[in-house]
Design a protein around this ligand. Structure first.
Ligand SMILES: [Zn+2]
Length: 590
């Protein structure tokens, strides 16, 4: 018997070894397998509906559907879905995805502007780590929790602040299954001096500034947008009484950018969700995350000796996971003007000889010379997307130290270390530790964080480990190579090492295919699993994947100076997250 194929799609399940498995399901077996059917409304259609309805006034989802149905351009199937929904008649399983998509479109139109306001409200609270103050004792986080709690209650959602570690927001359904949605409220620190646009516009990192299609502000991309999209999705599903067959729990992390201790703290005291979806990475669905590692070098402060000027400070990233836009060294000099011209001349040669995609310039203020390396900031997991000023500053200092421009001290020691062991390449070639994985890409090693106090200078290298080498084995090799360097160079330094296992999953099941569908169809991007260099809160959780909210082929602005989210992307995220919650909540089986 010829099979009747009601818009059945060939479901392609890509396995990690990239051997596609094609499943052609015959109607006969329908009750045995859940078949996911593409919603009729693709990206083009969805944009058409948005344009149609943008000018319309409507109150609630039902009213939205009634008005939408009045347009002659609406196809029969969508009309059938609308009729069934409005007449409270059952919607055929294969048409439900169309309803969820309409709910997503409704949410962005009904609440998009309000959601932008909520994002600004959350960005305005500077939730970055303060040295020496535990995050759960930081008053800014207490304020953040209060604001989040008030919004949740206004939205009719259950809110629970778990010891100022994790904020829990619940959308209850029937059944026991629990789907965890992960986003984080903490942000990486800012250096306000670096928040200047190319046209000279100075930005306040904690005030959302709308310029054209961009929303500038710390946390607009990483990751307060994820919290906002989730809360409005929950609000609408609650308001419209959409049937949920399982519980959806938003877990807002407070230490995702720092210790990552809040999640384990929470799960020691609370149930672990069966499925864990992080809205803190890339679309469509990321199933692999590199392991996060750090090589922290300590150089004891020592008084300058020998000829030349003395470097008294040098700046780097404010966090291990941040490549800054610029690095600045301050140098005490008896002949500042002379040194400025030496540095500017040497700087011109150096930049010309190293790709010319960054700048070096020096100026003086009485006997202090400021040496600046202006690069391009980046998330430390993607060093290729920036031009690291820290590695260039240290390599430049090392080169000049060799020409007696600078006295020897702890800063030239660190420059020697950085130049000889890490260099400008961020793939570990200089130290001889490079390796890569076809799916996850290469090991990366980026010079980032610098801290200086009266006793020591700290310099961090942020490692990102793909599968292919055991972290302990890699760290042992790095340690022995740096030990022998320290002996050969006779430079006193101590090192601390840490590295997590990479995450590499092979998720199966209707739920992960639904995530792929929703992202691929709404964003018009390839329907395939991705891998990420960055790690998120779901790294060690069961059935953990990333689901956006950043576009895979665009530079990630998180951790950068001038971090931004485009308004278009924010709106489509609101639509997608609402559809995802509704679909994952309504599917008969995950
Ligand atoms: Zn993040």
């Amino acid at each position: 018997m010829l099979c009747y194929l009601p818009r059945l799609r060939i479901v392609q399940l890509q396995t990690i070894n990239a051997i596609p498995v094609y499943l052609l399901i015959c109607v006969v077996f329908f009750p045995l397998f859940s078949v996911e059917v593409a919603a009729e409304i693709d990206r083009t259609r969805s944009n058409e509906i948005v344009q149609l309805m943008e000018q319309e006034q409507f109150e609630g989802f039902q009213d939205f559907l009634i008005r939408l149905r009045s347009f002659s351009t609406i196809d029969d199937e969508t009309t059938q879905v609308i009729n069934n929904y409005l007449q409270d008649q059952a919607i055929p399983e294969d048409l439900k995805n169309t309803l969820y998509r309409l709910l997503g479109i409704y949410t962005r139109l009904a609440y998009g502007d309000k959601a932008l306001g909520t994002l600004a409200q959350l960005v305005a609270i500077p939730t970055f780590a303060v040295a020496g103050l535990p995050q759960h004792e930081n008053p800014n986080f207490h304020r953040f929790a209060d604001v989040l709690g008030a919004i949740a209650i206004e939205f009719g959602l259950d809110f629970r602040n778990v010891d100022n570690r994790i904020y829990e927001i619940n959308l209850r359904g029937t059944g026991d299954e629990l789907v965890g949605i992960h986003a984080h409220g903490d942000v990486v620190p800012v250096n306000p001096d670096l928040w200047v646009l190319e046209d000279g516009t100075k930005l306040d990192p904690f005030k959302v500034t709308r310029i054209g299609n961009r929303l500038y502000g710390r946390g607009t991309e990483d990751d307060k947008n994820g919290i906002v999209a989730s809360m409005y999705a929950m609000k609408v599903i609650k308001e419209e009484n959409l049937a949920l067959l399982r519980n959806i729990r938003l877990l807002v992390d407070t230490t995702e950018e720092t210790s990552s201790l809040a999640i384990p703290y929470y799960f020691e005291r609370n149930p672990t969700p069966d499925y864990n979806i992080a809205l803190d990475g890339s679309y469509p669905v990321v199933i692999a995350e590199k392991g996060f590692g750090t090589v922290m070098a300590h150089f004891p402060v020592r008084k300058g000796s020998g000829e030349g000027a003395e470097i008294i400070s040098v700046s780097g990233g404010l966090a291990t996971n941040q490549i800054p836009a610029a690095s600045v060294a301050r140098v005490r000099s008896a002949r500042p003007e002379e040194l400025v011209s030496v540095l500017n001349e040497a700087g011109t040669l150096y930049t010309a000889g190293h790709g010319a995609n960054f700048q070096i310039f020096a100026s003086s203020d009485s006997n202090i010379v400021m040496l600046t390396v202006q690069g391009v900031s980046a998330h430390s997991s993607e060093p290729a997307s920036g031009v690291n000023p820290v590695s260039r500053m240290l390599d430049f200092i090392h080169n000049l130290h060799g020409q007696a421009v600078f006295q020897s001290n702890h800063i030239t020691d660190a420059a020697h270390y950085a130049s000889e062991n890490w260099g400008l390449d961020y793939l570990g070639n200089t130290l001889g530790i490079a390796y890569q994985n076809d799916f996850m890409g290469p090991l990366t090693a980026a010079l980032t964080y610098i801290a200086l106090d009266d006793e020591k200078m700290q310099l961090a290298v942020n490692l990102r480990l793909p599968v292919g080498r055991a972290p302990d084995e890699l760290l042992a090799e790095i340690s022995s190579r740096l030990e022998s360097w320290s002996q050969t160079s006779k430079i006193t330094a101590t090192f601390k090492f840490s590295a997590d296992e990479p995450m590499y999953r092979n998720p199966e099941g209707a739920w992960v295919n639904a995530l792929l569908d929703i992202a691929a169809e709404n964003l018009d991007i390839p329907r395939q699993f991705g891998s990420s260099a960055g790690a998120t809160s779901i790294h060690d959780l069961p059935n953990g994947v990333q689901f956006g909210l950043a576009m895979p082929d665009e530079k990630y602005s998180g951790h950068n100076a001038n971090e931004f989210k485009t308004i278009d992307q924010f709106m489509i995220d609101l639509q997608i997250v609402t559809e995802m919650f509704a679909r994952i909540g309504g599917m008969p089986r995950l």
